[in-house]
Design a protein around this ligand. Structure first.
Ligand code: ZN
Length: 421
């Protein structure tokens, strides 16, 4: 009994130390001992194991305070690599990166002309093969492929249960990829991937409770509570877009009525603007598309709003109010300290974000302690696929850096056919 406990403790220590090494990049052994409360010999034993496995380098000697100068430890980013994938309705992004999320190579494919899930997945496999073919020196040291897709994703089975953005239902993404590759493959909802990325690399790093909101053509969310990502009982947690905000609202594809997506998503904003043009209303929206409703997109609405067009402003105001109604409910329920927003609407429309914050202030409970901070995810330092890659990194850290399997191409015939074509 005692033996089992010992190995659990040993693994927990390894995970703890590996995470500290990853986060600090460069650190003294004594500093790790101080941070973990472990004895120096215990830290030394574990660190030596990491050095033997090629995960950590001794990068030089630090400044001595009298005795032997201490050794500086450095995480070896290029010990392994990860392939991160992000698929949305516009494009497929595939990134080969090292363990420190330094980008080695990227492939970006336009998705708008490809219609079926089968064609998109076929293209994805081709692009991964191409990437691997371009980097034969790294090909043998890839921990796995992390894929992010917006919608309800059953992460355990690797199935996209429903994605309104991509119009996918019950697409077995993992099973498809396993025809070509062996090894770790994770499929996740892209908003949940964003939340993990923010937790590891971004503003959520030292925040215990935060909410991520994805404001694109549909609305997604992901919650981190007490430092843990929420999945729910069937992996469907975070479907804020299908929270009913109208008692007698329109029918939604999810089976409910009056869902938030029908009133506040990019798609809803676009539909409202189209209505203005169809009704031949005098509006900058109508002028900008020369009276053709089919030409209306979000950019047109944003441009008209910037030009102070009352119709465009009213559409955005209504959407922001509906969104705030749903988000205020989540704030009351979960009491987050931070909300991180992502997506075209928050990135490209300041006016919308100001309206959203105004309505949140109006709708939040007066007697809840502090005012929740609402920020936009930093696009400059990250790529969308970092989030999905974070799941592979997290598994690696949780395994104490032990790697039982690496990514392999299943059938070299595929490799050959795809490289040539
Ligand atoms: Zn719905």
């Amino acid at each position: 009994m005692q033996k089992v406990d010992k190995s659990i403790v040993n693994m927990a220590n390894k995970v703890n130390i590996l995470r500290i090494l990853w986060e600090s990049q460069c650190i003294y052994r004594a500093e790790i001992a101080r941070m973990t409360g472990l004895s120096q010999p215990t830290v030394m034993k574990i660190v030596d194991e990491f050095i033997d496995r090629g995960l950590v380098n001794i990068s030089g000697k630090g400044v001595s305070s009298g005795g032997k100068p201490p050794l500086m430890l450095e995480f070896k980013w290029d010990a392994y690599y990860i392939i991160g994938v992000d698929i949305n309705e516009y494009r497929i992004e595939i990134v080969l990166m090292d363990l420190g999320f330094h980008v080695v190579d990227t492939r970006i494919q336009d998705n708008r002309e490809i219609d079926t899930s089968e064609t998109i997945l076929k293209r994805l496999v081709e692009e991964i093969m191409f990437l691997l073919g371009n980097h034969p020196d790294k090909k043998e040291r890839i921990l796995g492929i992390g894929v992010g897709i917006p919608g309800i994703v059953d992460a355990q089975r690797g199935v996209v249960v429903n994605s309104t953005e991509l119009n996918w239902k019950d697409v077995k993404v993992k099973e498809y990829l396993l025809q070509y590759f062996e090894g770790k493959i994770t499929i996740e909802d892209s908003t949940r991937a964003l939340a993990l990325e923010e937790k590891i690399l971004g503003r959520g790093r030292n925040v215990k409770n935060f909410l991520c909101l994805s404001l694109g053509s549909s609305i997604g969310s992901a919650l981190v509570m007490n430092g843990e990502l929420c999945y729910g009982s069937s992996s469907a947690s975070g479907q804020i877009g299908h929270m009913a905000v109208e008692r007698r609202g329109e029918a939604c594809s999810c089976g409910n009525y009056g869902c938030l997506d029908l009133y506040a998503s990019g798609r809803a904003i676009q539909l409202e603007a189209k209505k203005i043009v169809r009704e031949h209303a005098e509006s900058q929206i109508t002028d900008l598309v020369y009276g053709d409703p089919e030409k209306v997109d979000l950019n047109i609405v944003f441009e008209a709003a910037m030009g102070n067009d009352s119709d465009a402003l009213a559409i955005l105001e209504k959407a922001a109010d509906y969104l705030a109604m749903a988000v205020a409910g989540i704030i009351n329920l979960t009491d987050p300290e931070l909300i991180i927003c992502e997506g075209k609407i928050c990135r490209e429309c300041d006016i919308f974000m100001k309206m959203f914050k105004k309505y949140i202030r109006r709708r939040r409970m007066r007697y809840v302690g502090r005012e929740v901070e609402i920020i936009i995810s930093d696009p400059k330092s990250y790529m969308s696929s970092f989030g999905s890659a974070s799941f592979i990194l997290e598994r690696f850290i949780q395994a104490g850096g032990e790697v039982k399997e690496l990514l392999r191409i299943k059938n070299t015939e595929h490799e050959h056919i795809i490289y040539v074509s």
